[in-house]
Each structure stands twice: as C-alpha cells, then as structure tokens.
Design a protein around this ligand. Structure first.
Ligand SMILES: *Cc1c(COP(=O)(O)O)cnc(C)c1O
Length: 402
C-alpha cells in the first residue's frame, strides 16, 4: 500500500497509505529520514525545472522521503492525486495565494477566516498588486456578484474559524468554475473526515495539519491536496523557491497522528455533541453554534455536506463584560481543559474571542458583513475544541464556571 488504493476504507487508508515495511530493515513503523541531502549516481540539473516524474531524492527542500510519506497519506485520505506538506497552515495558504495569483489578478476570499489568513488577504495581497474582494461565503448571491470574468481564485473556509459558519462548497465551486477560476478551501475545522472536498468540486484542499490531522498538539505543519499538476506548481514555488518546507521529524509525528484520524474524529464528534447539548441547557449560555445541533442556522447544509461534525463548538455567554468575566473564571478554575489557542488536539482547548477586538485587528468588517458576523458571534465567542477526554469530565470542568 505504498501507493494509493481507493478501494480501502478510511481507517485502513489512514493507517497504511503512504507507508510500507522498510525494505532495508523490515521495520514495521515508517523510517524517519533526517537527511538534508541524498547521494546520487546520476548527473542532474539543480533547478526546480529539472524535477520530473520519477526523479529520486536530491535535497530535502525539493523532497524528503518522510515528508513524502505524509503527503501520500493525506492525498489518499482526500482521494486526490497529490499533496504538498509545508511548514505550517499559513505557509500552505501562502503557497496557494502566491502560486496562483499575480499582480493584477482578482481573488475572492471569505470575509471571515482564520485571523492570519484574514490579515494576509487584507494587507499582503493588495500590497503585491492582487485585487481582493472579501465576501460572506454563506451568501451565494454575494459570492455570485463578487466573482468576475477575470477572477483567478476563490478561497473559502468551511466551517469557518472561529464562528462555525458554513459555505455551500458545491455551489461555490460551480460559480468559480463557470469563470475558469480555481477554488481552494481551508478545511482545517472539518479535517479530511468531515467533508469530501474533492467531490464537492474543490481544486485545492488546504489543512493546518497542526490541528486534527496531527491531532496531538506537538507539531506545526500545513498541507494542500489536489491534482498533480497544481500541486507540482506549488512544490516548485512554495517549497523549492520560497523554502517553506516541513521538517521530516514533524512529518513523522504528524503521520503517526494521522493514522488514528478517522477514529479520533468519531470520538471528537461524539464528545462535542454531548458537550454542545449540555451547553444549550445552561442558563448562562446565550448561544451555542455547532453544525451537529438542529439549532445551527445551516443545519440542513451541514447534514448535506458534512460527513463528520467535528469537535469545534462556538458559544456565547451574554454581553462583552459577561464574556470577559467568564473567560477569566475559566482561566482561574478549569482543571482539565486548557485555556489556549489552537484546536483539534486530544486535549480540550478553549479560548475567548471578543468580537470588537477581532474586528479592529483581523476582520475589519463593516455594514452587512459585520451584522452577519455578529449574528453568529454576538459580542464574542468561546471557541471550544472538544478533545478526547471523557465528556462527563469536560462537562464537570465547564460546570465549575458556567
Ligand atoms: C490554525 C489555522 C490556520 C493556520 O495554521 P498554522 O498551522 O497555525 O499556520 C489556518 N486556518 C485555520 C482554519 C486554522 O485553524
């Protein structure tokens, strides 16, 4: 199973895809190749343009066997032809933007996204002469109006960090493809288990593998999966030229995590549903947003599009003052759940995100876009990444405060 085989189920794929017993030693676990360079018996050129199908390993900025093992595993999970792993989720997003957009091009990007991506879209891309239209991707009319004949890329994120708003990925893909634009989706919240991005028409499936795919909070990385020609272009730009490569050690750790991704996602979903239902019953909690709850404003879309509801919950506790007081009480009193950023780990993580401060720094939304954000987030959300502890213990921990 060193190569991809579409006929295996998700658990088998997660465990075996990309790896095989080591031919030199018989080791069952994949080897960790911490080598920057590789001895070669061929005369070859030293340029990204010299890399062809079947070129062996030359130098680890071009490719490394342990990183390649993780790339095969993720592309097998996404059922895509290829995958590129990079130093972080942000490096993966940059790789998409800087490979497929040039000065004068137009891109449509979700007006709510991971904060770092939001700032990239608002500051860095315009500085490079790239025209960006920010749009609420849950509003298909708005997306349709934002897309122009010269649009080259449509970038969405579903469910969106931090408010859990969804994008109808099949519909947005169709709108983008009508003008010949590529569609990329940051699928970090859903993981490869939570939605079948390729089947929904997404050309470039991006993950912060720091989150669910790695799953253990010990390594940062990013990945983009898609057709081989697109990924090959990104490898030449983002890895070989921009140098944003993943360390083989991180690839090894993340691959070990990825092996249990399908069973972890089931457990995340199971715990999150119980916690979300408990939260909905608390008087102090004013709003719970979880795609697996009937009360999610896009629950129908969630059921149609998502194959696992993931472990990400957003909830609100009253106004901004009540939110701040509750956040401080969580910091002081939680015994199990860590008050920390990041998500998708086996350990539960919670973090409060005040709406006004996010608006000032990252999102800078006005008018209707700001109203749409507030309709989900109110004055601020507690982003709760429900981990793999016992749901009863997590609920008891929250009950110390709520
Ligand atoms: C964390 C995150 C990123 C950034 O990933 P890093 O690995 O931290 O660089 C991008 N998008 C989403 C949705 C994220 O949660």
């Amino acid at each position: 199973m060193a190569t991809r085989n579409d006929s295996f189920g998700l658990n088998t794929t997660a465990i075996h895809a990309g790896e095989a017993p080591d031919t030199a030693t018989g080791a069952s676990a994949p080897p960790l190749h911490m080598s920057s360079t590789f001895v070669t018996d061929e005369l070859a050129g030293f340029s990204a343009h010299d890399i062809e199908e079947g070129t062996g390993f030359i130098y680890s900025r071009w490719g490394n066997p342990t990183v390649a093992m993780l790339e095969r595993k993720i592309s097998a999970l996404e059922r895509t032809e290829d995958c590129l792993c990079l130093a972080s989720g942000m490096a993966a997003t940059n790789a998409i933007f800087l490979t497929f957009l040039s000065a004068g091009d137009h891109a449509v990007i979700s007006d709510v996204s991971y904060a770092g991506v939001a700032e990239l879209a608002r500051d860095t891309l315009p500085r490079l002469g790239i025209n960006v239209t920010l749009v609420d991707m849950s509003d298909l009319d708005a997306v349709s109006q934002a897309i122009r004949p010269d649009t080259r890329l449509v970038h969405c994120e579903s469910p969106v960090n931090p408010i859990g708003r969804l994008t109808d990925l099949a519909a947005v893909s169709k709108l983008a493809h009508n003008v010949g634009a590529l569609v990329s989706c940051d699928a970090t919240f859903a993981s490869p288990i939570g939605q079948k991005c390729k089947d929904l028409g997404i050309d470039l499936i991006m993950h912060s593998v720091t989150k669910y795919i790695g799953g253990h909070g010990d390594a940062i990385g990013g990945a983009v999966a898609g057709k081989a020609d697109l990924i090959g272009k990104m490898r030449a730009e983002a890895a070989i030229h921009h140098g944003a490569i993943m360390s083989p050690f991180n690839a090894w750790l993340i691959a070990r995590g990825a092996a249990t991704l399908p069973i972890r996602m089931k457990a995340h979903q199971h715990n999150a549903k119980q916690v979300a239902e408990w939260l909905e019953g608390q008087e102090t909690v004013t709003r719970v947003i979880y795609p697996g709850l009937r009360s999610h404003p896009q629950h129908d879309l969630a059921q149609r599009q998502m194959t696992n509801m993931s472990g990400m919950i957003a909830f609100q506790v009253g106004n901004v003052d009540q939110g701040r007081t509750t956040a401080q009480a969580l910091i002081d009193r939680l015994e199990i759940i860590h008050y920390a950023v990041s998500l998708g780990h086996h350990r539960s993580l919670i973090f409060w995100m005040e709406t006004d401060s996010l608006m000032d720094t990252s999102f800078r939304l006005e008018g209707k876009a700001r109203e749409s954000y507030r309709a989900f987030a109110g004055d601020g959300v507690f982003r709760f990444s429900v981990g793999l502890e016992d749901a009863d213990d997590l609920i008891a921990d929250l009950a110390r405060v709520l």
